[in-house]
Design a protein around this ligand. Structure first.
Ligand code: AMP
Length: 563
């Protein structure tokens, strides 16, 4: 195709899309607005800019060069925010280490990413020391701590962050460079094999930020975060840059509150004192918050929370709403930077009943600006957007990881046929709404039927005695697989455990009669447990759940009940 390209005027400035541009606009809008860290520190956007420049000077003087990887091991903090800007702004790559992985996995990711410098929170010094002897590329470390008298035995220690920043200049001439330079990297843990490194360029992060901000602030039917909001992440910053919201909040000059280590008491105190209006988290974290002592009797009116990373079910939606919290689901994954879709109500839905709209807040939603989504059958053909045809959700967008770091085979699988393969089974409907039915690996195949473990979890969670639920397929000689439900009961409901089997069956039968699920969806077995295994980012860990059940079935587990 011959399109018209006009050569630029000699001397016209080719403006690269760099992360530094996001910082520029935020501080232009609101110099005095605050960044808050726990109940310990607050400073203005002006200071944020100066501290980022100081950090850039510290790193440059320490020898960090463009292209180097600088890793961070920290809780959610103002220092993390500074790293998310300063490191890429000098042309280096920030590796946000998932501190919840096992030491072996952390070691693997650090060597694989070729980390040269590491900023380590004092809480993670023992973890770092445990792997330090086997790190192959790290030369230096910097200590992050709230302790006014810092001390740590870290190999290659350059010093303590605040002391180093205080001695550095608050000015730095951040250079322009190619917008396709890698800015961030981090690792996603699959069900098999080593963690996989994803990576995002400056251009991708800038475009993601612009689209995310549009989604959060400009869509009238679902207004989530605007310039007068107060933002507090409850998704770790190591997990997909806290879903990219800190970049958006900084671009817009929004007040930001960083809670450090997630402690329910501190989170709720900050929510109250800083008047937080917008957050995002996985369902289990919100459940934990709503259940904690400090939250009892509190009216959370005005708090809007995006739920992502796992399906949002009706029970949690209703429980949150009863406490004044408006939940909205969004969908994305590590490979997608992450934002892909969020609730949107077109005119037909706006005219519909509020109950109908609530159902649409639970679904993955409509792709955000610039995202293209399709559902493919097993031969790679595009399926109709009829709300019925289920297939693998595939994506295109300007901010998807272009592969896995140094993993050509897994990268080729990720991008087979020019689409990013999500590994999720979904439908698309005529409103453009994506409905995630399940992970392909978690769909339960029983007697020729496909059962969505997510749907079943959503229905079981509506049982008043159930506090938490996970459903997996377990091998069955006759049916291939059968659903097995793991339940945590509400404390006051312990007596119900005795009659649980019949009770749960009675609870699910009406959904069978209404045709919402088929009769094979009723689990064959349930087990009551104290807690359900979670992954490093707080999602149900179905791999471990399956392994636990296998062990119990071999050894006998007192709480397994047949339905
Ligand atoms: P991760 O890469 O760890 O962020 O996990 C991404 C996966 O989380 C997706 O592939 C989905 O399986 C799941 N997920 C994310 N958002 C949603 C959602 N709104 N509903 C259902 N599953 C979701």
């Amino acid at each position: 195709m011959q399109t018209r390209i006009i050569p630029p005027t000699p001397g016209a400035y080719a403006f690269p899309l760099l992360i530094k541009r996001l910082l520029m606009s935020g501080s232009r809008y609101e110099q005095a607005r605050e960044i808050v860290y726990r109940d310990q520190l607050r400073y203005s956007y002006k200071t944020l800019g100066e501290r980022i420049a100081r950090l850039a000077n510290v790193l440059t003087q320490a020898g960090v060069k463009a292209g180097d990887t600088v890793a961070v091991m920290d809780w959610d903090s103002h220092r993390y925010l500074e790293c998310m800007f300063a490191i890429p702004m000098i042309g280096a790559v920030v590796h946000t280490i998932n501190v919840r992985l096992s030491p072996e996995q952390i070691l693997y990711t650090m060597n694989h990413a070729e980390d040269r410098y590491v900023l380590v929170n004092a809480d993670f010094v023992p973890l770092y020391q445990a792997v330090a002897g086997q790190l192959t590329t790290v030369s230096n470390t910097i200590l992050l701590t709230d302790n006014p008298h810092p001390q740590a035995d870290l190999p290659g220690l350059l010093g303590e962050y605040e002391t180093l920043l205080a001695a550095a200049s608050p000015e730095y001439a951040f250079p322009d460079f190619d917008e396709n330079s890698v800015a961030t990297t981090f690792y996603t843990t699959g069900t098999t094999g080593n963690p996989k490194g994803v990576y995002f360029t400056h251009r991708q992060l800038v475009l993601h930020t612009l689209s995310l901000s549009t989604m959060l602030g400009s869509i009238d039917c679902v207004r989530l975060m605007g310039t007068n909001d107060v933002y507090m992440p409850i998704t770790p910053m190591f997990h997909v840059h806290a879903w990219g919201v800190p970049y958006a909040a900084t671009m817009l000059g929004i007040k930001q509150v960083y809670p450090g280590r997630y402690e329910p008491d501190m989170l709720l105190r900050l929510w109250q004192t800083e008047q937080v209006t917008f957050s995002h988290c996985v369902p289990t974290i919100l459940q934990m918050l709503l259940n904690c002592d400090r939250a009892q009797g509190v009216d959370f009116a005005g708090w809007r929370i995006i739920i992502g990373g796992s399906a949002l079910n009706r029970a949690l939606y209703d429980a949150a709403l009863a406490r004044g919290i408006q939940l909205t689901a969004a969908y994305g994954m590590s490979e997608t930077c992450p934002m892909i879709s969020c609730a949107y109500f077109d005119q037909a839905l706006m005219a519909a009943d509020a109950e109908v709209r609530a159902d649409f807040r639970l679904k993955a939603g409509v792709p955000v600006p610039l995202v293209e989504a399709a559902v493919l059958d097993s031969s790679g053909q595009v399926l109709p957007a009829d709300g019925e045809s289920q297939g693998e959700l595939v994506l295109r967008a300007p901010w998807l990881s272009m592969g896995y770091l140094d993993e050509p085979e897994r990268s080729a699988e990720l991008w087979a046929g020019g689409w990013l393969h999500t590994g999720d089974v979904a439908t698309l409907d005529h409103h453009g709404v994506i409905d995630i039915r399940d992970r392909i690996k978690d769909v339960i195949k029983t007697g020729g039927e496909w059962i969505s473990s997510l749907e079943l979890e959503g229905l079981i969670a509506l049982h008043p005695a159930v506090r938490e639920v996970a459903v997996v397929g377990v091998p069955d000689a006759q049916w291939g697989e059968r659903p097995f439900a793991l339940l945590v009961l509400r404390p006051e409901q312990e007596p119900v455990a005795a009659t649980l089997a019949g009770d749960l069956k009675r609870h699910l039968l009406p959904y069978v009669q209404q045709g919402q699920i088929n009769k094979w969806a009723i689990p064959s077995q349930v087990a009551v447990v104290d807690q359900i295994p979670k992954t490093s980012v707080g999602k149900l860990d179905k791999k471990r759940i399956r392994a636990d059940i296998k062990r119990w079935q071999a050894d006998g587990h007192p709480a397994i009940v047949a339905l």
